[in-house]
Write a protein that binds this ligand. Sequence first.
Ligand code: NAD
Length: 590
Amino acid sequence: MSVQAVTAKMAEVELKDVTGKDAPPAISPLTPKAEEKKSENNSTLPSAAAATVEPSPVTTAPSPVKMPQASAMKRPDPQQNGGEAFVNCDGTVAEAPRMKKIQFADQKQEFNKRPTKISRRSLSRSISQSSTDSYSSAASYTDSSDDETSPRDKQQKNSKGNADFCIKNIKQADFGRREIEIAEQEMPALMALRKRAQGEKPLAGAKIVGCTHITAQTAVLMETLSALGAQCRWAACNIYSTQNEVAAALAEGGFSVFAWKGESEDDFWWCIDRCVNVEGWQPNMILDDGGDLTHWIYKKYPNMFKKIKGIVEESVTGVHRLYQLSKAGKLCVPAMNVNDSVTKQKFDNLYCCRESILDGLKRTTDVMFGGKQVVVCGYGEVGKGCSAALKAMGSIVYVTEIDPICALQACMDGFRLVKLNEVIRQVDIVITCTGNKNVVVREYMDRMKNGCIVCNMGHSNTEIDVASLRTPELTWERVRSQVDHVIWPDGKRIVLLAEGRLLNLSCSTVPTFVLSITATTQALALIELYNAPEGRYKQDVYLLPKKMDEYVASLHLPTFDAHLTELSDEQAKYLGLNKNGPFKPNYYRY
Ligand code: NAD
């Protein structure tokens, strides 16, 4: 049986099968027509509701045969444990996400007073971190420096005469359209959702205000939301990541987009404000990446929340902010934490890094990997991805770990587990993936060999002690964008990439397919929150029901011509599962 048929069946599951309660059938945003149910070529959304609505805490008593609840899960508050660590939904403890302090523009901010070019740049730094925990395939192929006029000073209209947007240059729309079409090829699930939506509009009446990276992949998401019935207004969540040509294509297509590459901080907040502060249009859904939009509305237009049905948040930072609001009793609408969906966590961290580590290293250094000695610090998801990729390229890979379980995994995967000081003199490349701080300190860098490449794949720029390299005896030479040679008095130089910030986010693109998974999760979360009957979700932070996580995965399987095995009745009974899922309990680690 094909995977489409299985997903179609998945979609047909009744609420009572999953919850064991006689709850009324929940919304089925894209309910299949009877004849379509028979077709193997059409998959339908699982009944969003196949979820119980009580936030379900982390289960700690595994029972292999017990039916898991497909409930939207409430994640433990990251602020527990003194704010130093938080418990993941699978029970693991992780470092607390580093918070970017929200820097609200002053209440009296005058948007028209724009900073000079130099100050624009320095201001930018303060906000650009807001999205370092979410990833975009953000390399723009257009250069914004050729035209110095601020988009805010330009009068632009699309070919239909619409001027409700502010972007760099509407003339780039054709180029942007081609970029979007390329992205569509690798975003099969969103395209499938569009097809399914032909007769139905689960987002009809939805007015979504979004603040995410504005890239070709986001454009595919926005156009999908629009095909599902939503109206969208959008700003960028990062001042550097906007693909100008894509913003142009969206504006040409009628979207109200306010974003360009290289915004100042003032521009950043102005763009967000233009999305929400508009006559005759009020958002009823928020799609945020980093929490800036949400907090802007809280700060400036709190009354808007009366009409807002829910918030969907993608990033670690944004989710952390939502938990803070929730803890303070200030979260006034339900919120969906997309960041901790299994399909996001596993694919972003492992598979995305497995590909983008090579891309980032190549683009910056043109290094050959075969035969090179590499040390990967940390063997979590990111470290596993990086190690696997480099091993496959013929590198000799060493791993460092503090956790004996991950260390044993590294050994079983065929890597030499070492302490950093044992190999630091001989390695050609050092990669940090720990989420920790001061993993590579000055003492190690003093001992590295000439030409050693040093980079970080972890969330923040704390893993390499870059500050310790800013001393008078060391010379810094910027040899390429994001590439510094740091030169010792004896002429030895190390190659520092992206000043210790995330290599792939700073220097390469992220595979579209990975973004497709996240974008599909975002779309489903919006559909779920928008259609949920009153009372299903309270003013709290939820995880997308596991059943929907499974659905996101299933929508991506046809790309591989994958054929999923279906449980027989006997097997389902034996395992205590519903044949249509969910197939794993919430504590399952994958
Ligand atoms: P993880 O917790 O699964 O793995 C980190 C590993 O590092 C753990 O096994 C931990 O034991 C180990 N570790 C901690 N301190 C160490 C030290 N001093 N020396 C050696 N090992 C140490 O986390 P993950 O999912 O692999 O993510 C790692 C980091 O990468 C996080 O900061 C995360 O936010 C970030 N991340 C980056 C990307 C990207 O695209 N670059 C994607 C997802 C996550």
